[in-house]
Design a protein around this ligand. Structure first.
Ligand code: ADP
Length: 484
């Protein structure tokens, strides 16, 4: 496979079910390296019985875990964080080999993922309750926070480590257990995290990682009355389905779904900074993140200058196998991703947009694609309403602030948004007017463990990271103490 890990045990072709490792065989699920098209390894094809087994074990382990002190849970998380950082290079290599992103981005993701474990190891000790002034002299009003219980997580392939870390860390900090189904495209990063979690002292059964048919495993997780919360990151379509499946058991839901991020450049912006921010936001992970700029709106006065500067900077950025030095654009995840990118470009050019950079599959073949810039993009094109999830920067021209706010909000989604302006009054007005869970002002990068990540409208429910991220894994219990 060419992985060459310092610690080969981190690459385990096995799933962890209720404290027991189940090994894969060649007849199980193959995981492919998107840069080479070769099989990286196999993970077990598990189903309903193993999922139920994991839930049963989680139910037992959770009670003992919740009974331990917050400081004790914090120490285990801290060790998990330390181990992730100690193995950052190996974890980054596994991630690049199954997902495709360049090694620098992959090791960066390990650091980002680990930062959630560090943060929640700290937050574990700060799950404060309240004592409220009473309504009656013989009573006292107390509120305590308690873990939700057994939780389930279903995660995507674009951040195979960080999407798990920011769910599992607050869950364990709060005193919950978790049964995880990672993406079938990138299970090895999840499995490596479980290897290190065991080593850190996460008790047997508290954390299961199940691989197999998504709908079968998802069906058992959502219908189980023992599972009290489902946390999902992925497409809005699957999220809505899981929401419906969770209704009969009235589960709590954490949903991080699709986005369609606007990136607005006003005439008064620092244009060079806006170009750098657009590259960071648009092209990170080759455009395959839910907070990637999907629609770039540039005010008429600076439109041509912005388009020129953007093309000059993106042109020549190296495309290739993410494991090779200096590569900035890895492959797309699979053929379906390539088809979507191609169809968005064809639709836009068919309706009058102009390709000013790239515009076709890369000469390297496979799922490599040329970073692409489109000018003359209008609201009737597919790129205006659908998430492209690829390296395509469509530039829309606008005239007024009111017009661009209306355009930016004209979507079912509401995850991340960005704008560049140096006018302080406009910064306030536009920040307040954008119907999004997150607004980046004069920056193309907002994600960090200290801040609440999440969306509104069809982009989801709940927040991850920050202190709110811990609250999402806790229930508030009101105790009315009478007879005083
Ligand atoms: P993406 O477009 O990012 O692949 P998906 O929503 O298809 O988004 O996948 C995100 C996660 O949801 C993956 O782990 C996938 O296996 C899982 N998944 C897909 N379909 C289902 C389903 N019907 N039930 C449960 N999980 C599913």
């Amino acid at each position: 496979t060419g992985l060459n890990l310092k610690n080969p045990d981190l690459f385990r072709q096995a799933a962890l079910v209720g404290g027991t490792w189940i090994a894969a065989s060649d007849a199980d699920i193959a995981v492919t390296n998107p840069a080479t098209g070769t099989v990286l390894g196999y993970v077990p094809n598990l189903g309903a019985a193993e999922t139920q087994q994991a839930i049963d074990a989680a139910e037992v382990a959770q009670k003992a875990w919740a009974a331990r002190t917050a400081k004790d849970r914090s120490n285990v998380l801290r060790r998990w964080f330390d181990l992730m950082m100690a193995h950052q290079d190996d974890l980054g290599r596994i991630l690049t080999f199954e997902q495709g992103k360049p090694l620098a981005e992959a090791t960066g993701e390990i650091g980002y993922g680990a930062s959630f474990i560090e943060w929640f190891s700290e937050e574990a000790r700060r799950a404060y309750g309240d004592i409220t002034p009473t309504n009656a002299p013989d009573k006292r009003i107390l509120c305590v926070k308690q873990p939700i219980g057994v939780t389930a997580a279903i995660t995507p392939w674009n951040f195979p480590n960080a999407m798990i870390a920011r769910k599992a860390a607050p869950a364990f900090a709060a005193g919950c257990a978790m049964v995880l189904k990672p993406s079938e495209l990138t299970p090895f990063s999840a499995i490596a995290m479980a290897v290190l979690a065991e080593e850190a002292g996460v008790p047997s059964g508290l954390f299961s990682v199940i691989t197999g048919d998504a709908a079968t495993i998802g069906g058992v997780l959502t219908s189980s009355p023992v599972v009290r919360k489902l946390t999902f990151t992925g497409s809005t379509g699957v999220g809505a389905k899981l929401y419906a499946q969770s209704a009969p058991t009235i589960k709590k839901l954490g949903l991080e779904l699709g986005g369609n991020a606007p990136f607005i450049v006003f005439d008064d912006a620092d244009l060079d900074a806006a170009v750098d921010g657009a590259i960071l936001s648009k092209f990170r992970n080759n455009g395959q993140t839910c907070v990637c700029a999907n629609r770039i709106y540039v005010q008429a006065g600076v439109y041509d200058a912005f388009a020129k500067k953007l093309a000059a900077k993106v042109k020549g950025l190296p495309v290739g196998n993410g494991a090779d030095d200096g590569v900035v654009f890895g492959p797309l995840i699979n053929d379906a991703a390539v088809a979507k990118v191609s169809s968005h470009i064809a639709d836009a050019t068919g309706k009058g947009a102009v390709v000013t950079l790239g515009g076709k599959p890369h000469a390297l073949g496979g799922t490599f694609y040329e970073p692409t810039i489109l000018t003359g993009v209008t609201s009737d094109m597919a790129v205006a309403s659908e998430e492209t999830f690829g390296p395509v920067a469509p530039l829309f021209k606008f005239d007024t602030e009111a017009e661009v706010i209306a355009a930016a909000n004209d979507t079912e989604f509401g995850l991340a948004s960005y704008f560049y302006s140096r006018d302080i009054a406009r910064v306030w007005r536009v920040s307040e007017a954008l119907e999004y869970g997150m607004v980046g002002v004069n920056t193309g990068h907002v994600s960090t463990t200290e801040a609440p990540f999440g969306g509104v409208k069809s982009s989801g429910l709940g927040r991850e990271g920050a202190r709110q991220g811990l609250d999402d894994f806790m229930e508030i219990k009101y105790i009315c103490m009478g007879g005083i």
